[in-house]
Design a protein around this ligand. Structure first.
Ligand SMILES: [Zn+2]
Length: 389
């Protein structure tokens, strides 16, 4: 046992939960990890990022070993606000253990997951004379739950500038839906928003021949773009989908033909497209339907949510084997769900998400069974044992 604190998953998780690190506050959370990892022989860097209009955010990068392969565990120590604290059965930042559960904001999302990865790595090092057969690192940010601009995206960039190269990443987000072992997230659809503009000629409704009404025209374009499928799904993803979310002409008068109509839409797209090819495809279809008569254009929103997928292979296989050994379940390789920092990590190395069960995340009485903390630690240990052979 290391001095200066207990290093089992529950003790680390409790120490983290007791830091009220609601984004952008760190409240000592990264210091908890820094102490443990330094004691275990890691080289630890604390890096602060900021930019105008946002709060400065603390981040941590820690590495042990200098050769490959390099496995990195990623995560975030920031949490969402507790909401009405008096509604909690036990204090939101108390780290209370009751009836086999650890209570507190972040228990599931994702201080519990980080604690399990740290505990597993410490066990692994203790069994291997303190040295991995390669390199192990931790990429931990304090900016995931809110803006996600001074966190993982900048930390990865900072690490790359130092010459850090990652071979594989495990992100400990709560990936399981019902039970530990039911789901590994291996990818996400991309997201791209835009606005369709149709220009007409404003005029009096009594003299329509002197005007050009954009309303019927935008309706035609909306129907055409909505009706034609973007694809029929791929091996690992459901079909891409273009969805219109609002139509507006900004016209309060009943005797005026409006001069312009606009419609907002969002596309969730799979790995048959990139942002660039997707935009091109939609614009080609628009041009075809609009012809020479309708004056239409699309303004695309900037987006940092590109599609990514980690293809099934040796890395996903060893994770599945480790999960199956501990939980008795063969996890589904899923690409569903919302966004996470995996979208940034995927530009640097293959990444999978596996952590605790997400059921109570962001809720009053967020909690995890202690048995899940113990099992997840064993899963991560199983991944380490299979990775460094
Ligand atoms: Zn999270």
């Amino acid at each position: 046992m290391l001095c200066g604190g207990m290093t089992d998953a529950l003790s680390i998780a409790r120490d983290l939960v007791r830091c009220p690190s609601v984004t952008p506050a760190d409240a000592g959370a990264l210091g908890v990890l820094e102490n443990i990892l330094k004691t275990a022989g890691f080289e630890v860097h604390r890096v602060t990022f900021g930019e105008p209009g946002t709060a400065d955010i603390d981040n941590l990068y820690a590495r042990i070993g200098s050769s490959g392969p390099h496995l990195t565990f990623a995560g975030h120590t920031d949490v969402v606000p507790p909401g009405d604290e008096s509604a909690w059965s036990h204090g939101a930042f108390s780290g209370e253990v009751r009836d086999g559960f650890l209570y507190g904001r972040g228990a599931v999302d994702m201080k519990g997951g980080i604690a399990c990865s740290v505990a597993a790595v410490l066990q692994y090092l203790a069994d291997h004379d303190g040295k991995p057969k390669g390199s192990i690192s931790f990429l931990i940010t304090g900016d995931e739950e809110d803006l996600s601009v001074n966190g993982t995206i900048k930390l990865l960039h900072w690490a790359a500038a130092r010459g850090e190269k990652f071979d594989h990443c495990v992100l400990g987000e709560p990936s399981n839906v019902e039970t530990l072992g039911d789901c590994i997230k291996v990818g996400r659809r991309g997201s791209q928003s835009g606005t369709l503009y149709v220009d007409g000629i404003q005029g009096h409704v009594a003299y329509p021949h002197r005007a050009a009404n954009p309303v019927p025209d935008i309706a035609r374009l909306i129907v055409a773009l909505s009706d034609e499928p973007l694809d029929h799904g791929s091996a690992q993803f459901q079909a891409s989908n273009l969805e219109f979310t609002s139509v507006d002409v900004g016209n309060a008068a009943s005797n005026v033909i409006p001069g312009q109509a606009r419609a907002k839409f969002n596309i969730r797209f799979n790995d048959l497209h990139s942002q660039a090819t997707l935009r091109e495809l939609v614009e080609q279809r628009l041009a075809k339907v609009a012809g020479n008569r309708i004056r239409a254009r699309i303004a695309w929103e900037p987006s940092n949510a590109n599609v990514f997928v980690t293809k099934p292979g040796a890395f996903t296989d060893l994770a599945v084997a480790a999960i199956e050994e501990v939980t008795g379940r063969r996890p589904e390789l899923s690409t569903s769900g919302g966004t996470s920092d995996a979208r940034f990590i995927s530009s640097y190395c293959p990444v999978i998400e596996f952590g605790l069960v997400g059921q109570t995340m962001h809720q009053i009485d967020e909690r995890t069974p202690l048995s899940d903390l113990e099992k997840l630690t064993r899963v991560y240990r199983g991944i380490l044992d299979r990775y460094f052979v």
